[in-house]
Design a protein around this ligand. Structure first.
Ligand code: NAP
Ligand code: GDD
Length: 372
């Protein structure tokens, strides 16, 4: 039976990967951080299942900044596969805590690889590398051979992680691989990343819980895919005979503005855009009340929420707040997943519109069920 160790198990990807590996019959060990409040929300459905917890799923306290803890964990769990997903993963925040980001995202990867080398455990190692490595892109679309040009302390820390994986593979013959994943989203995406911030805010605005949505750069373009499919791709990367690096992406790119437009459109609200740069606004142009009513399953509404009566043609629902701008921005990401398709048989199925729809639908439901 295979045993996996997942760092970042409480995050978006960690939670999906855990489900995937448990379904494939793995025993899963997860590294969790001690937190002053609950941080297991995304895995509670597994954690609270007595058939799973401490039978197929085991959780261990630890931190990527704690070397002795990682060594002990490897010796205790003897994983056949390791998925290093833990990171300070917020790009904007990395400008405020660059040193910590480097410690966790860069040196943390080295700590793990070195622990494998020291303990001589025979295992395969997956590193959560990122399209942020391409930053100020040197080629369109980006693939495994595109030169890197990171644009944030996060990107720079992750580039260390990327190269130390390559180096330990070549120097010590470790089975270590980089998955260079483009943005992937889901209803479990952290609420401060732009997609989730948009879908959650749209639901709250429509239900009168929030007045409007403040965003930064509306022109940034991203290649957004669906997280569970990318987690399946991580697993496939480690099932190869030889360790190699792979890009996972959809090959499609859209602006943040398009994501906003598509989200409101699902709710029957057509937006028009007025002004430029920091003065740009998203204004209600048309409301299809029938569609809106159809979208809402009022039986979920235990808090007796009502549709926001103030929203009409001409209402401003989106504004730009320059404090969300980044000191250096990644303007355009679009990946070429050809190698993953050819060698892993991996192909994304959920495309942009479907992704937006499933996220706004999930957030609408959540707000109706929770009342916030
Ligand atoms: P996420 O939701 O932010 O999850 C990050 C996880 O890392 C959480 O479980 C977090 O624990 C844990 N963590 C943070 N600092 C840690 C530390 N010092 N020691 C141990 N654990 C720590 O991120 P995600 O979206 O699932 O992404 C997973 C990985 O893929 C990350 O490495 C990210 O940088 C990378 N990546 C993500 C994307 C994407 O679009 N999602 C694309 C490319 C690469 P808490 O729950 O306690 O905070
Ligand atoms: N977070 C956020 N909040 N981003 C905003 C906002 C806002 O209010 N307004 C505009 N944006 C723009 C950002 O400037 C960026 O260009 C884009 O939306 C996407 O931002 P995020 O959703 O924060 O994601 P990211 O692309 O910076 O980083 C994510 O994807 C990377 C892969 O490319 C993270 O998941 C990283 O961990 C991951 O490596």
């Amino acid at each position: 039976m295979k045993t996996a160790l997942i760092t970042g198990i409480t995050g978006q990807d960690g939670s999906y990967l855990t489900e995937i590996l448990l379904n494939k019959g793995y025993t899963v060990h997860g590294l969790i951080r001690r937190s002053s409040s609950f941080n297991t929300g995304r895995i509670d459905h597994l954690y609270n299942n007595p058939e799973i917890l401490n039978k197929k799923l085991f959780l261990h306290y630890g931190d990527l900044t704690d070397t002795s803890n990682l060594n002990r964990l490897l010796e205790k769990t003897h994983p056949s596969e390791i998925y290093n997903l833990a990171a300070q993963s917020h790009v904007k925040v990395s400008f405020e805590i660059p040193e910590y980001t480097a410690e966790v995202d860069g040196v943390g990867t080295l700590r793990f690889l070195d622990a494998i080398r020291e303990t001589e455990i025979k295992t395969k190692f997956y590193q959560a590398s990122t399209s942020e490595l391409y930053g100020k892109v040197q080629q369109i679309p980006q693939d495994e051979k595109t030169p890197f040009y990171p644009r944030s302390p996060y990107g720079v820390a992750k580039i260390y992680g990327y190269w130390i994986v390559v180096n330990y593979r070549e120097a010590y013959n470790l089975f270590a691989c980089n998955g260079i994943l483009f943005n992937h989203e889901s209803p479990r995406r952290g609420e401060t990343f732009v997609t989730r911030k948009i879908t959650r805010a749209a639901a709250r605005i429509l239900l009168g819980l929030q007045n409007n949505l403040s965003l930064g750069n509306l022109n940034a373009k991203r290649d957004w895919g669906y997280a569970p499919e990318y987690c399946e791709g991580m697993w496939r990367i480690l099932q190869q005979d030889e360790p190699e690096d792979f890009v996972l992406a959809t090959g499609e790119t859209h602006t943040v503005r398009e994501f906003v437009k598509e989200t409101f459109s699902w709710l029957g609200i057509e937006l028009e855009w007025d002004g430029k740069g920091k003065d740009e606004k998203g204004i209600v142009e048309k409301i299809d009340r029938e569609l809106l009513e159809k979208r809402i399953d009022w039986s979920e509404n235990i808090f007796n929420l009502k549709l926001n009566g103030k929203i009409k043609k001409g209402t401003t629902v989106v504004e730009v707040a320059p404090h969300y701008y980044r000191p250096t921005e990644v303007d355009l990401l679009i990946g070429n997943p050809k190698k993953a398709k050819d060698e892993l048989g991996w192909e994304p199925k959920v495309r942009f519109k479907e992704l937006v729809d499933l996220m706004i639908e999930a957030d609408f439901k959540k707000v109706l069920q929770r009342g916030y």
